[in-house]
Design a protein. Structure first.
Ligand code: NDP
Length: 333
C-alpha cells in the first residue's frame, strides 16, 4: 500500500519536495485494530501549521512519518467486536490508501442515501460542526443579526453563511478570492452581498456590502479581514475566531489588528475556538443540517481530486484557493 510522509519542513509555502509518496507493507491488524481501505480523505488548512515544529493544540507532523487527518474508509479486517468487514468508518488516519486504525479512534457511519460518504468529512463532520458551533455557540448568533463570513466559498465558510441565513440572519455578507467564487456565494452559499477581497481595501468593500454594520464576524482568514470587521462591527458585536489562513504560510509574525482598541468602546467579544471542544453539539448539528441537506435547502458542494498521487496538490490547492466548498481526495471507489 502507499502513504504520504513528511519529507522536510517547509519555510513559507510548502512544495511537493516537502512530501514523500512511499510504498509500505502493513502487518496484519493487532488486537484492537482494524485494517481499513480508505475511500476519501480530507485535506485541511490546519495541516499547514502542523508541518512546522511548534507546539500547538495538535502535535506537529514528524519528518519521515506519514501525515494524518480525517478519512472515511471500508473495514477490510477487524479484530474488534462492533466492527466487521464492509463497515464504513470515520477515522483519523488519512494520507494513506490503507490504514491500521485503533478501533477506539474509529466510528462506524451509515451510508446516506443519495449523498456521498465524503460528507462525513465535510458538512456532516468536522466542517459542519465548526460552522455550527462557531456561529451559534462561539459567536452567539441571534436571528436578526447581520453576519459577515470570510472564506465564504470554502468548506466552513459556505456552511456558516448558509446556516446564518437558515437561522434567520437579517443580512449575510461573504468575501472570497475570485469573481467566480463571489458569484458562487451569492447564488448558492446563502449570502445577500459578497465581494472579492482582492478588489480593493477589505474595509471599503465591507463598508459597501454592510452599510448598517455587522453584528457577527465569522473569521476564517485573520489579518486585514479581521481589522476591517472590527471597524464595521456594531456595539456588542461578536467575532468567532475560527481560522487565520492568511498567516499559515507567513515566514514572520504579522502585526495584529491595529484598531483592536475599538473593541473597548464597542464592547466587542472576540473568541477563539477549536472544534473538538464542541463535540457535545455534534448530534444537534447533524439533526439540523441533515434534513436541510436532504431537502436541498442547504448545499454542501465539494471539489474532488482523485488519487493519493494528487493529494499533495489538493492540499496545496486548499491553501491557494483552488477549492469551492470542501476539498476532498477520493482514494478509491
Ligand atoms: P476552505 O475550504 O475555506 O479553504 C481555504 C480557503 O481559504 C481557500 O479556498 C481560499 O479561498 C482561502 N484563502 C487562502 N488564502 C487566503 C488569504 N490569504 N486570504 C483570504 N482567504 C484565503 O478551508 P476550511 O473551510 O477547511 O477552513 C477555513 C478556515 O477555518 C481555515 O482558516 C481553517 O484553519 C479554519 N478551521 C478552524 C477550525 C477550528 O476548530 N477552529 C476547524 C476547521 C477549520 P479564496 O479563493 O476565497 O481565497
Amino acid at each position: 500500500t502507499r502513504e504520504i510522509r513528511l519529507a522536510s519542513r517547509p519555510s513559507g509555502w510548502p512544495e511537493q519536495a516537502n512530501f514523500d509518496l512511499t510504498e509500505t507493507e502493513l502487518p496484519a491488524p493487532a488486537e484492537g485494530e482494524l485494517l481499513v481501505r480508505n475511500l476519501f480523505m480530507s485535506v485541511d488548512p490546519y495541516m499547514r501549521p502542523r508541518m512546522n515544529d511548534v507546539k500547538s493544540y495538535v502535535p506537529p507532523f514528524q519528518i519521515g512519518e506519514p501525515l494524518d487527518g480525517g478519512a472515511v474508509g471500508e473495514v477490510v479486517e477487524s479484530t474488534v467486536d462492533g466492527f466487521k468487514p464492509g463497515d464504513t468508518v470515520l477515522h483519523g488516519l488519512g494520507w494513506r490508501e490503507h490504514a491500521l486504525v485503533p478501533a477506539k479512534t474509529a466510528r462506524v457511519v451509515e451510508p446516506i442515501p443519495g449523498l456521498p460518504l465524503s460528507l462525513y468529512l465535510g458538512a456532516l463532520g468536522m466542517t459542519g460542526l465548526t460552522a455550527y458551533a462557531g456561529l451559534l455557540d462561539v459567536a452567539g448568533f441571534k436571528p436578526g443579526d447581520t453576519v459577515f463570513v470570510s472564506g465564504a466559498a470554502g468548506a466552513v465558510g459556505s456552511m456558516a453563511g448558509q446556516l446564518a441565513r437558515l437561522k434567520g440572519a437579517k443580512r449575510v455578507i461573504g468575501s472570497a478570492g475570485s469573481p467566480e467564487k463571489v458569484a458562487y456565494v451569492r447564488e448558492k452559499a446563502g449570502v445577500d452581498a459578497a465581494f472579492n477581497y482582492r478588489d480593493g481595501k477589505v474595509s471599503d468593500l465591507l463598508a459597501e456590502a454592510a452599510p448598517d454594520g455587522i453584528d457577527v464576524y465569522f473569521d476564517n482568514v485573520g489579518g486585514e479581514h479581521l481589522e476591517a470587521a472590527i471597524t464595521h462591527l456594531n456595539t456588542y458585536g461578536r467575532v468567532a475566531l475560527c481560522g487565520a489562513i492568511n498567516q499559515y504560510n507567513a515566514t514572520s509574525a504579522e502585526p495584529g489588528p491595529r484598531n483592536l482598541w475599538l473593541a473597548i468602546g464597542k464592547r466587542l467579544t472576540l473568541r477563539g475556538f477549536i472544534v473538538r471542544d464542541h463535540n457535545d453539539r455534534f448530534r444537534d448539528m447533524v439533526n439540523e443540517v441533515g434534513p436541510w441537506l436532504r431537502s436541498g435547502e442547504l448545499v454542501a458542494d465539494e471539489t474532488v481530486v482523485d488519487g493519493l498521487d494528487n493529494a499533495v496538490d489538493a492540499f496545496l490547492g486548499v491553501l491557494r484557493g483552488d477549492n469551492t466548498g470542501k476539498m476532498i481526495v477520493r482514494l478509491a471507489e
